[in-house]
Write a protein that binds this ligand. Structure first.
Ligand SMILES: Cc1cc2nc3c(=O)[nH]c(=O)nc-3n(C[C@H](O)[C@H](O)[C@H](O)COP(=O)(O)OP(=O)(O)OC[C@H]3O[C@@H](n4cnc5c(N)ncnc54)[C@H](O)[C@@H]3O)c2cc1C
Length: 206
């Protein structure tokens, strides 16, 4: 869905940097941004095995959620008091939002629109109800949509219910990762693509 990228620029030769980050995923790009926030002049390089956005971070479903999404719990909502995790998630979303603003990433690639968890079976409907109770118990905003409300929202009679939560950002993940990498590059971070790290050698300059 995105236009092609310019030709990749691999690491052209030896480079001396204070921080070399291996990879081009969310964690790697966020680390580079954070290091440059702490020291705007710090020499930083990202060594990316492939192209920007060709890994998991650029090819996922794009749900950047603030609420627990715990697949091992009965209703995805977690195992108890998730307030610390929710706070951490919101901190991360704010970090991503600030990067989006600073790097001028296309607004359509970072859309704070919330999400609806649709249930198409009685089991899933029960999970939606249980999740809504859990969230309300935590004081978290959520809205339970019945079958009629889901038909109105989706145009389909497929769903028995839906759980709307407002804090999810929908990413166009590849566009967001590309924009993040381009923003870092424009700020002086070396983004070297097609540059897999194949070995480490420890050395000391004394
Ligand atoms: C199909 C799918 C859907 C998903 N949907 C969601 C979702 O909706 N919401 C959500 O929050 N999460 C989702 N995820 C999970 C999410 O994509 C990952 O948790 C996230 O991308 C992990 O980011 P990361 O930076 O830790 O690792 P990665 O994105 O995997 O980045 C690591 C990078 O390191 C590079 N690398 C590895 N070894 C080397 C090396 N030796 N030299 C150089 N580079 C190297 C790789 O090329 C890779 O790009 C989904 C995952 C998949 C696969």
């Amino acid at each position: 869905m995105l236009p092609g990228q310019p030709e990749p620029v691999p690491l052209p030769g030896n480079a001396a940097v204070d921080a070399a980050i291996i990879g081009e995923g969310f964690a790697d790009l966020a680390a580079a941004r954070r290091l440059r926030q702490i020291d705007p002049a710090l020499p930083v390089a990202e060594l990316a095995a492939s192209r920007l956005a060709e890994g998991a971070s650029g090819r996922n479903s794009g749900f950047m959620t603030d609420l627990p999404h715990e697949l091992t719990s009965d209703d995805y909502s977690g195992h108890g008091d998730d307030r610390a995790m929710i706070a951490l998630n919101r901190h991360a979303i704010a970090f991503a939002q600030a990067a989006d603003d600073d790097y001028g990433i296309n607004r359509n690639f970072f859309d704070p629109v919330g999400k609806i968890n649709g249930a198409a079976s009685p089991t899933a409907d029960a999970l939606n109800r249980s999740c809504a109770q859990h969230l309300s118990g935590l004081g978290e905003a959520n809205e339970f949509l019945d079958a009629q409300a889901m038909t109105t929202a989706t145009g389909s009679r497929h769903y028995l219910s839906g759980g709307y939560t407002p804090g999810t950002v929908m990413l166009q993940a590849a566009g967001f990762i590309r924009g993040f990498g381009e923003g870092l590059r424009a700020s002086g971070v070396g983004i070297w693509e097609n540059t897999p790290v194949i070995a480490f050698a420890r050395s000391s300059t004394g």
